[in-house]
Design a protein around this ligand. Structure first.
Ligand SMILES: [Ca+2]
Ligand SMILES: [Ca+2]
Length: 221
């Protein structure tokens, strides 16, 4: 009896803390989303901290929705920096997918690559949600290299190996990565993300690196 009572008190304290931290008792954080509002458009019963806590953290309304995002990432040694813009979606409330056009500079390949980045992430369906996922990047770079001694008219201007002649050199870089991070919904449509991804690249194990990034995502409610 005493143990049950202690458990109940402990639950109430924890739930009360959650409610307090989330700015309840009636959190309005996602009421602009029609699916969320349909569930929680009435204030919860006073002192029902369980319902209040659930309402304050519930982000299941994202299921079946999507939007676009913009982000950046970086790392030192090897110096690497990147930017990305793309689209994302939630096939289910606990799984998100994203794909975007990405620029990746630096890395062990020492070039600027443009390519496609995509990832799958599993997360809790809550306002603040840690996630873990996997992703991949495929990109290419184009450089001009001197071509005055190959007996080829590389630039098709009628002269072979003329002064200043160059040819294009293309390089590919691919990477796969495991990733961990956190999501936080600022409101029903704007999500802040921070993450760390370990890029395992085609440049070899000496060129693998941690890539730390942040992004803002905009959900279409
Ligand atoms: Ca030429
Ligand atoms: Ca040439």
């Amino acid at each position: 009896m005493r143990i049950g009572c202690a458990h109940r008190i402990r639950f109430l304290v924890v739930a009360g803390l959650v409610v307090t931290l989330c700015g309840c008792p009636w959190s309005r954080w996602a009421l602009k989303d029609p699916d969320y509002a349909a569930k929680y458009d009435e204030p919860p019963v006073l002192l029902d901290v369980g319902d209040q806590a659930k309402q304050a953290i519930d982000a299941r309304f994202v299921e079946g929705k999507g939007g676009w995002y913009v982000g950046g990432a970086g790392h030192a040694d090897p110096d690497a920096a990147g930017g990305e813009i793309g689209v994302f979606g939630y096939p289910t409330s606990w799984l998100s997918a994203n794909a975007g056009l990405a620029l990746l500079g630096g890395t062990g390949a020492d070039d600027l690559f443009v390519g496609l980045n995509s990832a799958l992430r599993m997360q809790s369906p809550s306002r603040f949600s840690p996630f873990a996922g996997v992703g991949m990047f495929h990109g290419y770079s184009e450089n001009q290299i001197p071509a005055r001694d190959d007996f080829i008219d590389n630039d098709d201007d009628g002269s072979i190996d003329e002064r200043g002649e160059t040819s294009s050199e293309y390089r590919w870089l691919s990477a796969v990565y495991p990733e961990v991070g956190v999501y936080f919904w600022l409101n029903s449509s704007v999500r802040l993300s921070t993450s760390g991804a370990y890029y395992v690249t085609t440049e070899g194990r000496d060129s693998d690196f941690w890539f730390y990034g942040a992004s803002l995502s905009f959900l279409k409610n």
